[in-house]
Design a protein around this ligand. Structure first.
Ligand code: ASP
Length: 321
């Protein structure tokens, strides 16, 4: 694997298979009472978030802690960024701690790539503007494969605000690389021009939604919309909301969160057993453990077994009640 994970394009199909396999083995660790292995003991991971996050930041924190890394979490609000420190200076300052990895989120497309030029640490893109969110795509692949048992040949429809979505971009690449057939669907104003070149088909109505095995709904990204892209949210929901009427019983539903309940998904769909949304959140921890592992400690299978040994013999024993 390359030193940084900035885009799904940094990964071959074999790399993706390895991350998913590694995540499977970490799922076993997550089932233990003490969910911790010593793999990254003595190494430092910095979480640097310049944009709101619940799932991504908390799961990266848990992932680093479960690998026994020393973790520093910095949010833009309350840091020296508020005092006018530039991104480059912030990265140089944090690099003085000799981190093994910097997990970076920014509202600006391409910012993670810049950070990678300014530090010796491995940089993991945790979402950069409209560009990419590769670990989201990896955890989606993992969740779906666990549920269905395979990825090859699945028909995935990505529905909604494709234009402003880094998740859409990473997922078109990731699903495609794993042999899925990908279609994006949304109002023409929310479909980026030329998106087909990423390897997907484009539809502007849900008329053929029945052909999908998986419906991946996207959030309407108000914070990235400078103008008005749909007449109203109500009108959007009328034409594009995934609800019980539109969804067939054999179709699965995914969403990266946070969901606008009643806009892109109806409440009944969110709460139905067809929705994998909470499984996606759960997968976030093991998949991010696997990414940290692959970037910082990846090696032959023998190393893996060593890295997965419990912290101590007693530590994995069930504790008396
Ligand atoms: N949580 C995802 C992201 O950070 C999706 C979203 O915000 O709609 O891109």
């Amino acid at each position: 694997m390359k030193r940084h994970l900035l885009s799904i394009d940094d990964l071959t199909r074999e790399d993706i298979e390895r991350v998913l396999g590694r995540a499977e083995s970490f799922a076993e660790v997550s089932g233990r009472e003490i969910k911790k292995v010593p793999t990254l003991r003595g190494r430092t991971v910095i979480n640097l978030f310049y944009e709101a996050s619940t799932r991504t930041s908390s799961s990266f924190e848990l992932a680093a802690k479960r690998l026994s890394a020393d973790l520093v979490s910095v949010k833009a609000a309350g840091s020296s960024v508020d005092k006018g420190e530039s991104l480059k200076d912030t990265i140089q300052t944090l690099s003085a701690y000799d981190p093994a990895a910097i997990v970076f989120r920014s509202p600006h497309a391409g910012a993670a790539g810049l950070v990678a030029r300014w530090t010796r640490a491995s940089v993991i893109n945790a979402g950069d503007g409209k560009h990419e969110h590769p670990t989201q795509a990896l955890l989606d692949l993992y969740t779906l494969r666990r549920r269905v048992g395979r990825l090859e040949g699945l028909n995935v429809w990505i529905v909604g605000d494709v234009l402003h979505s880094r998740v859409a971009r990473s997922n078109i690449l990731a699903f495609g690389r794993m042999g899925c057939q990908v279609t994006v669907c949304g109002p023409p104003t929310l479909i980026p021009r030329g998106v087909e070149s990423l390897g997907c088909e484009v539809r502007t109505t849900l008329d053929d939604l029945g052909e999908a095995d998986v419906v991946y709904a996207l959030r309407m990204q108000h914070e990235r919309m400078a103008g008005s892209f749909v007449p109203s949210l109500r009108e959007y929901a009328t034409r594009y909301q995934i609800d019980g009427r539109r969804l067939a019983p054999n179709q699965l539903v995914m969403h990266p969160g946070p969901v606008n309940r009643g806009v892109e998904l109806s409440a009944e769909v969110i709460d139905s057993p067809q929705a994998l949304i909470t499984h996606q959140v759960e997968s976030g921890v093991v998949v991010r453990m696997a990414v940290l592992y692959e970037l910082l400690a990846g090696g032959p299978p023998a190393d893996l077994m060593q890295g997965h040994a419990p912290l101590s013999a007693e530590a994995s024993e069930p504790q008396p009640a």
